[in-house]
Design a protein around this ligand. Structure first.
Ligand SMILES: [Zn+2]
Length: 422
């Protein structure tokens, strides 16, 4: 049996209490001053003040980490990423800054299809190497669990290649990867050229790929990009229902570029999460507030694209929707692995308080991944997934931006990142 004692926290954010967090409860961090926790075999055995925890008999023989007045909180659960891709799209970034429209970039061979072409040509080894480097960055910014979507393959072999990499990466490095099948990202080029190509591609997803993904246990969730230039609400319903039939819970890319009604569809289908939401209507907000579908906001995407319209976080929180935050790490619209940067954007652009942003990135995000019993808070019996920040007050986590204040990241009781020279 191994014991680890983490002690000397100026603030220990437990996030204990009701799950999920709605409305005012979103800002309840359950803060312990001068806090400590005892970990037994990767699981939290006790949480309390320093004197309470240090006086436990097991603490005497435990390996000890004194965090020296820093802030301790649950590791971030990044509930929306496109982890596996072959290359950056820096050339499009430059074109966008110069004023090129989405359509112009697509005509020049850019956009999602650019990433699809590069992924299909990439070897599994090259993709894995890139993903390992990204995962080290996620860990270095306090993330301990992340969701990862397929969706840059868009043919049977390439989609399965991505999903199998999720599984291999889970075994090869410490962060937990929650796999989502996003075969319905866009219609692939070879089907665009055919008459009724979109219908044929949807049939490939519903009749072949989804059952195969489920049978091989390669994903827990099925996602659809329901928007202009991607899939209609009707097609999305067909795909998500096929996913549900195979045991894959729905997640939806909803109301990002245009309002399609994807949010209402997500609520109807009991989706785990409904993501983006820049264009939601008042009725959509009311529907989310009455549901258990998490509203996952991705402000990194609007920031990177230089867009002015962010999702209406305040209206969502005040109505009682379950709000989560994620990076949307992807090469086209949100190339970041930094949850602290997302918290900064949530505070300044979405007008969320620092406390709300932290709860949205931990316990509510864990709920959206259906892992709220294992992660998302620091409570007895939960996994010891912990981020330690080099600050004295939790509000300084979003307050600093563009610098990494993460000091240590612990996954299942084992340090997986430690800042050098401190
Ligand atoms: Zn996305």
């Amino acid at each position: 049996m191994s014991h680890l004692l983490i002690t000397g926290a100026s603030q220990l954010l437990t996030l204990r209490g009701r799950v999920p967090r709605r409305g005012k409860a979103l800002s309840d961090l359950g803060i312990l001053r001068n806090g400590a926790l005892l970990i037994r075999d990767g699981v939290i055995a006790a949480v309390g003040t320093r004197s309470e925890i240090e006086s436990l008999p097991e603490s005497r023989s435990a390996e000890k980490i004194d965090v020296g007045g820093r802030v301790v909180l649950p590791g971030f659960a990044d509930s929306h990423t496109h982890l596996i891709h072959a290359a950056s799209r820096a050339e499009e970034y430059e074109l966008k800054i110069a004023g090129a429209s989405y359509e112009e970039i697509a005509r020049k061979g850019g956009g999602i299809l650019n990433s699809v072409k590069k992924l299909r040509a990439a070897t599994a080894d090259a993709l894995k190497k890139r993903a390992h480097a990204a995962l080290r960055e996620f860990a270095a910014h306090g993330t301990t669990t992340l969701e990862a979507k397929s969706g840059y393959g868009l043919d049977v072999a390439s989609e399965l290649k991505i999903l199998r990499l999720h599984k291999e990466l889970s075994a090869e490095q410490p962060l937990e990867i929650v796999s989502t099948f996003l075969g319905a990202h866009v219609v692939p080029p070879e089907y665009r050229r055919k008459r009724a190509g979109a219908e044929q591609y949807i049939a490939l997803l519903t009749d072949k790929l989804i059952p195969e993904v489920a049978a091989e246990k390669l994903a827990e969730f099925c996602d659809v990009f329901c928007d202009r230039g991607a899939f209609s609400r009707k097609d999305s319903k067909k795909i998500l229902e096929a996913g549900k039939k195979s045991g894959l819970a729905p997640r939806v890319h909803a109301e990002q570029l245009t309002r399609t009604g994807a949010t209402q569809l997500a609520v109807q289908l009991g989706a785990a999460s409904c993501d983006h939401l820049e264009q939601v209507s008042k009725a959509d907000i009311r529907a989310l507030a009455k549901s258990n579908t998490v509203a996952t906001l991705l402000p990194g995407c609007d920031f990177h694209l230089g867009l002015k319209r962010y999702a209406p976080a305040r209206a969502l929180i005040d109505a009682g929707a379950i709000v989560a935050l994620a990076t949307d790490y992807n090469p086209g619209t949100s190339p970041t692995m930094s949850m602290p940067m997302i918290l900064s954007l949530a505070c300044t652009q979405l007008r969320m308080s620092p406390a709300e942003a932290i709860a949205a990135a931990t316990i509510n995000a864990a709920y959206s991944l259906r892992r709220e019993k294992q992660i998302g808070s620091l409570e007895t019996g939960k996994q010891a997934d912990i981020a330690i920040f080099e600050v004295e007050d939790y509000r300084e986590i979003p307050y600093y931006f563009g610098v990494n204040k993460c000091w240590m990241t612990v996954k299942k009781g084992r340090p997986v990142f430690q800042k050098a020279h401190t």
